[in-house]
Write a protein that binds this ligand. Sequence first.
Ligand SMILES: Cc1cc2nc3c(=O)[nH]c(=O)nc-3n(C[C@H](O)[C@H](O)[C@H](O)COP(=O)(O)OP(=O)(O)OC[C@H]3O[C@@H](n4cnc5c(N)ncnc54)[C@H](O)[C@@H]3O)c2cc1C
Length: 466
Amino acid sequence: MLADRIYDAVIVGAGVSGSFIANAFTQAGMKCVLLEAGRSFRSDQYPDNELDANALLYWGGGIELNKDASIGLLRPKAVGGGSIVNQALLDRFDDDAFDSWREASGVSFLTRADMDPWYDAASSQISIRTVPEEHANGNAVIFRDGFAANGYRCAPLERAQADCRFEDGNCCIECLRGCPIDSKQSTAVTVLPRARAAGLEIVSQFEALLVEPGDVVTVRGRDAGGAAAAYRGRRLILGAGAIGNSRLLLLSGLEKKLPALGHNFYTHPQYMSLAIYDEPVNAHRGPMQSYKSADPGFRANGFKLENVFAGPVGVAMLVPAFGAEHMRRMRSITHMGCIEVAVRDTNPGRVTVSSSGKPVIDKTLNDEDRRRRDRGLEAIRNIFRATGAREIIEGNVAIGLHLMGGCNMGVDAARSVVAPDFRLHGFDNIHAADSSVFPNAPGINPSFTIMAMSCRAADEIMRQAR
Ligand SMILES: Cc1cc2nc3c(=O)[nH]c(=O)nc-3n(C[C@H](O)[C@H](O)[C@H](O)COP(=O)(O)OP(=O)(O)OC[C@H]3O[C@@H](n4cnc5c(N)ncnc54)[C@H](O)[C@@H]3O)c2cc1C
């Protein structure tokens, strides 16, 4: 079914970027439709257990794998995208990240001074709080004390949250499957309700499969019942994320016009190490993380440490043993501390599509990436040892959950996909500003910069439209 209506903008992907751009356009009076493959949830409808959450909130039934099955990729799928399932840690990029982006892309506005007003614009739309240190749980204390004992530097965290009411026993680990108390500032509780009130149409469970460029762009796909449907707009905004945008444009046969399409894909591969302590740690209680690594030595060596945890299913996947030995370790789950190393990866991967239309991710670590990982794992061992761990279970499972690139921004149409004005090279009315436009891996949490880039893009695109 081809809708008669021609929208001012069709937006594909209701994640971080798609939601922010949809809100900015709608508030300015544009008629927009936001198409999202995942479902729409209210806070009382989020899955109440880990298995259902994996199946309902992620592509691939919970996890997708790269080509040689060495990295598990977590790709969110819901109205709100990654902001529904993520940890909501917000960081502005430092000079190092922007310098390397400018060098890779040739894009001059990628500086702290140029981007600061756009971070401010984004932060004016959500509540950002420092995680209160008085609620730090046992895992956070291990992190903080282990850093101090080794002379590493850490700092309190900033998070997109309103009031988590930790004094009532609320636990952040639950909001990895959607925040049940609407404290986490997902786009489903911030920009999207405002946009909807201003007239945004949101179509959930619509998977876009084909883009037909033209003065009026047509997006074809499948609706919730599996029926073919299409939407038309004067412009198209791609907000389907690094893998989603690359896949959609490849399915549309646009790689001939965009030779860099699908290249330059990064994931910040993360490895979680566990340690068993004699005393209870209760890493699942209260705020999941209270501190971040702020060590200049770690940054110079291309990694950061995060104080994370997972539900029992996730932890069971990380524990490398079978049968009775696996059970022995899992029985200690309340005595486990957990720290991960996230690598600022230097080896670009590539997204292609299989004959059945599925994304194929060719992504490996090179020697430098492995060196970065190993230095991070060594720092984690030092922290666990300094805080009295009885047993250390070294992380050997790579997870990619900062999925970036594939439609990298740059001035050179032969080596990039998106131009500095957020148009796809050679296409006047197709734009992107989400994680797919990242020129390389910044080594810093990406979502605040995605919000800032999206605020800037919305402003720029509206100027072009005028
Ligand atoms: C468990 C987890 C924890 C994280 N923690 C943090 C954190 O603390 N801080 C941080 O900065 N980042 C974090 N991230 C990463 C962050 O969430 C992402 O970088 C961010 O969401 C990417 O934003 P985006 O707009 O590019 O895409 P997304 O937010 O991923 O949105 C893309 C949307 O497009 C939809 N889509 C894809 N293809 C199609 C299609 N063909 N048709 C229709 N819709 C489609 C998807 O279903 C999805 O909803 C985390 C991620 C995960 C998984």
